[in-house]
Design a protein around this ligand. Structure first.
Ligand code: HAM
Length: 414
């Protein structure tokens, strides 16, 4: 029997990764322009880290963590997200008092039910701003989100945003919600009944009709947060209203326990049921919860499998690619010198050398399949006459004969 990959853990082939590399390089461009630096943390962490950050009551830790005992009988887990590890790393380096603007990328693991846009191994690119209190950093991160969407050509999206107040407001609201819902527990959908004890806030974004009916008369989050928090949220939304679709959503609580303050998600109608391609918020208490000194923190993470679905970057934005086609026998060595010179003259263009001679037709077919923009064709005749064929593989299919020098010149200036 053939061995298959695990469910929800897809392979990525070169043809997929072309777009991934483009996406990653555009994101790095933006991070550089914000002076945000990369950090890399391990994929495996102690299970306790996620219990104390993402939260023992969250679905992510409760039901979705890939945890196991290592050879030393220590409980370790594959990371389900990146923020907890970043905070752990900064605490471990005793740098909580400094300011950090960090980004990271890599695979994350959650044992979820696989479906379109939802995987068990998926990839995130995340940003964490540490040491900045509520204020300008919220504005800077929303601006960054807008720039990311603009650079990637994502026009249709909505930013859903909410303010969860400080941790006291969150606890008071939770208590009020539980007191209100407890006498009506039978009217809650079965799934939400168990959340009442474990994770009452999650009931707010329940998709179940019976639960939503009950919530109509329940206490509202906005009545528990301070006037300053409400003003901050309203001002933030007002500043971006003319630039994008940004909406306050009081039911937005996010699936991770560590948030206080501003939380947000970016959703797109083009994604189907799993419509959030970015999520984040403020989490000022996490450093303290993990045994570190108090440290302000805010960040977000992008789901790469989802955002890649929305990329409107045309093939023209992919690096130019030229097929190097040899049609004669026994001329590989001579022609290879030309290929070598071309690469040295311009390494921004991909030179796709077909390392064996074949019929021109079959090689041109392959060039098309590999999305080449141009073809350089060399056979015995071309070598003898010193003129090489340069063919535009675009719609007009123009073709010209060039000397080696002319070819090098053209290639350098592509
Ligand atoms: P999150 O909302 O759990 O937040 O995940 C961020 C993004 O990762 C989601 O919006 C989604 O696009 C993607 N994602 C999550 N689960 C899956 C999955 N099973 N399959 C495919 N994509 C998925 C966090 O992880 C926080 N650490 C974000 C953050 C950073 N908050 C503050 N700083």
């Amino acid at each position: 029997m053939k061995i298959q990959s695990l469910r929800g853990m897809p392979d990525l082939f070169p043809e997929d990764l072309e777009r991934w590399h483009l996406l990653e390089s555009k994101l790095v461009e933006i991070f550089n322009s914000f002076n945000t630096k990369e950090i890399r943390t391990p994929v495996l962490e102690s299970t306790e880290l996620f219990g104390r950050s993402v939260g023992d009551s969250s679905d992510i830790v409760n039901k979705e963590l890939y945890s196991f005992l290592d050879r030393n009988d220590d409980s370790i887990s594959l990371r389900p997200e990146g923020s907890a590890s970043v905070i752990r790393a900064v605490i471990q380096k005793k740098q909580e008092h400094e300011k950090h603007k960090l980004w990271y990328q890599g695979p994350m693991f959650r044992y979820e039910r696989p479906q379109k846009g939802r995987f068990r191994q998926f990839h995130q690119v995340g940003v964490e701003y540490l040491g900045f209190e509520e204020g300008i950093s919220e504005y800077e991160l929303i601006s960054m989100v807008l720039q990311i969407n603009q650079l990637l050509g994502i026009g249709e999206y909505t930013i859903k945003i909410n303010h969860l107040g400080d941790s006291e407001a969150k606890v008071n609201f939770c208590n009020a919600l539980v007191s209100f819902l407890s006498p009506h527990i039978q009217d809650l959908h079965e799934k939400d009944q168990s959340r009442l004890n474990f994770n009452p806030l999650k009931i707010l974004d329940s998709k179940e009709h019976s639960t939503q009916e009950l919530l109509k008369d329940a206490p509202k989050f906005q009545d528990y947060i301070s006037k300053d928090s409400k003003i901050f949220l309203n001002n933030l939304v007002k500043s971006y209203e003319s630039k994008c679709d940004i909406q306050i959503d009081h039911s937005l609580v996010r699936g991770l326990d560590y948030y206080t303050g501003i939380v947000f998600e970016v959703v797109s109608k083009d994604l189907g049921a799993q419509d959030a391609f970015l999520g984040g918020g403020r989490y000022d208490n996490l450093s303290g919860q993990l045994g570190g000194k108090d440290m302000h923190a805010i960040g977000f993470a992008i789901g790469l499998e989802r955002i890649i679905e929305l990329l409107k970057v045309s093939n023209q934005s992919l690096p130019q690619k030229t097929a190097f086609i040899i049609t004669g026998e026994q001329i590989e060595k001579k022609t290879y010198k030309i290929a070598d010179d071309l690469r040295r003259s311009n390494n921004k263009v991909t030179l796709d050398t077909f390392l064996s001679a074949g019929s021109l037709k079959s090689q041109l077919r392959r060039a098309n399949k590999n999305n080449c923009n141009f073809a350089i064709i060399i056979g015995d005749n071309e070598l003898q006459s010193g003129k090489i064929i340069w063919k535009d593989l675009g719609e007009d299919g123009e073709q010209e004969l060039l000397s080696v020098e002319e070819l090098l010149n053209k290639y350098t200036n592509l």
